[in-house]
Design a protein around this ligand. Structure first.
Ligand SMILES: *Cc1c(COP(=O)(O)O)cnc(C)c1O
Length: 498
């Protein structure tokens, strides 16, 4: 299978090449030129295996140059009991009839980013070997909070790799920051950037397109790659849990094979929900993908008007991992939805870079609405949702998941579509204890981060993830902050961070 650039379909490389490089040199995102199909029979067969088995089989469809034995080894290592504190890896929680939460936060950093970032280092180092790359790879990550920690955990002490994470100084929760600044490992670096996530992300993108910097690094025998969801190796493992959730619904009798379901996804960079779309295109019976945003509702506007417009102030919300105005992976959706029209995609992305906006035609808007619905809610509604789900069902959700839960109830009210729905639950509530406590009406001003965690445990009894609990005893290793212009210096000189 070949992977093409979304901005120029004449550029095409192998799967290993796309994972090794991350981003195409024309700025486009590598994307499979055609999608494999899965039948009802294939799905029935997947129902009988565990999560690692499902991951192996599904990833193999996309990765010609990898053997089944290789993929099985990676999946077993990534999704084993050392990393995930639930035997199902990505279990479904049934809230009530026709409503489920897909818990993607049982990994080492308590957010869904682990689903991909635990396996990406295996895929990436193998891809480097398969493409004959001998230079050391320096992974750059811009994070709105959760990716950074998940990437650090995934790559720590992985031979032949170094990793440098940039996070917005004022844009992450206290727990997210501590998770990163206490990171252990010999090949890791963490640096705060003045500004918001979009500043950090565009800083990293500029570094990738800086030819002279790349040359200097090559002289040091280093090349750059990315662990952001622009890398195909990040997206592919995410397709697995959509299909796995469907299998688990069949196994539990929640649906019959072939029955259509909806997924509602709390969305930022559009990586998670795009994986759902790819599962749908492969043949998974999905009726609607519901794109849930917080007050940064660029995507809600886009789906209703066809105009993508980032010219607005970024709002710091209680769901910080979704505080994003440029959703990078939407580019891949446009590519597929326009039947691979890479000229059109290039045109949209150029106007986004130049004017901060673009408009797709009415026909494409109509096509999108056959698959996607979209909605948003603000912080007050998010908190009310946490409160009402907890008070009526005793089930505790985090702020990001609550956005999706709220948007889903609005969707069901508006459209009368009561299909079985899986809400994709993206973080443990303990990563955002302060907001969750305030949602429950239990916040006290003087509580520190860990006191908040303890208090939340006391009033809800929901178990605290062990790895979050352990941070209490860890020392802060990284406390450097740079201006956006100085990110390049940090990339050139990692030794000052380690
Ligand atoms: C990253 C993240 C999201 C957004 O996912 P995208 O793939 O960027 O759309 C939602 N919730 C949490 C907790 C996250 O960490």
């Amino acid at each position: 299978m070949r992977y093409v650039s979304t901005r120029d379909s004449s550029i095409n490389i192998t799967a290993a090449g796309s994972i090794a490089r991350g981003l195409s040199s024309d700025g486009g995102l590598y994307t499979p030129s055609n999608l494999p199909k899965i039948s009802t029979n294939d799905i029935s067969r997947l129902c009988t295996t565990d999560y690692a088995g499902r991951a192996k089989t599904i990833m193999k469809l996309f990765l010609d140059e990898f053997t089944e034995a290789e993929l099985e080894a990676y999946a077993k290592a990534a999704y084993g009991p050392d990393n995930f504190d639930h035997p199902g890896v990505a279990p479904l929680f049934k809230l009530k009839d026709r409503l489920y939460f897909l818990e993607l936060w049982h990994g080492p950093t308590s957010a869904f980013k682990d689903m991909a970032l635990q396996i990406l280092p295996h895929l990436l180092t193998a891809s480097l070997r398969k493409t004959g790359e001998t230079k050391k790879v320096r992974i750059l990550v811009a994070t709105s909070g959760d990716t950074g920690k998940a990437a650090l955990e995934g790559f720590r002490d992985v031979g032949g790799t170094e990793i440098l994470v940039f996070y917005p100084r004022d844009g992450v929760s206290e727990m997210q920051k501590l998770q990163m600044t206490t990171q252990e490992g010999k090949n890791v670096g963490v640096c705060a950037v003045e500004g918001n996530f979009d500043d950090a992300q565009s800083g990293v993108k500029e570094i990738f397109s800086d030819v002279s910097l790349k040359q200097k690094l090559e002289d040091q025998n280093v090349f750059l790659s990315s662990a952001n969801s622009i890398n195909w190796g990040r997206l592919l493992p995410q397709i697995v849990y959509y299909i796995s959730a469907y299998c688990d619904l069949i196994n539990s009798g929640g649906i019959i094979p072939g029955e259509s379901i909806n997924f509602c996804v709390p969305t930022g960079n559009f990586g998670n929900i795009l994986a759902g779309y790819l599962a749908l295109r492969m043949g998974l019976p999905i009726h609607k993908l519901i794109c849930a945003s917080n007050a940064n509702n660029v995507l809600t506007d886009f789906f209703s008007t066809g105009i993508y417009d980032r010219n607005r102030a970024l709002i710091a919300s209680a769901s910080p991992s979704m505080d994003i105005l440029i959703s990078s992976n939407l580019e891949r959706l446009l590519y597929y939805m326009s039947d691979g029209d890479s000229r059109a995609v290039r045109f949209y992305m150029n106007s986004l870079a130049k004017d901060g906006r673009y408009r797709i035609d009415g026909e494409l808007v109509a096509r999108l609405s056959t698959v996607f619905a979209a909605g948003y809610c603000d912080d007050d509604e998010t908190k009310q949702e946490i409160n009402s789900v907890f008070r009526s069902h005793g089930y505790l959700i985090d702020t990001h998941t609550a956005v999706a839960s709220k948007v889903l109830s609005q969707y069901r009210k508006d459209r009368g579509d009561n299909s079985p729905c899986v809400i994709v639950s993206t973080a443990s509530p303990y990563k955002f204890s302060g907001s969750v406590l305030s949602a429950l009406g239990e916040m006290k001003a003087a509580l520190s981060g860990f006191e908040q965690m303890d208090w939340l445990y006391k009033i809800t009894g929901a178990p605290i993830p062990e790895k979050l609990n352990e941070i209490r005893t860890k020392a802060v290793r990284f406390n450097r902050t740079v201006k956006k212009e100085d990110m390049k210096k940090a990339v050139m000189d990692l030794s000052r961070l380690f």
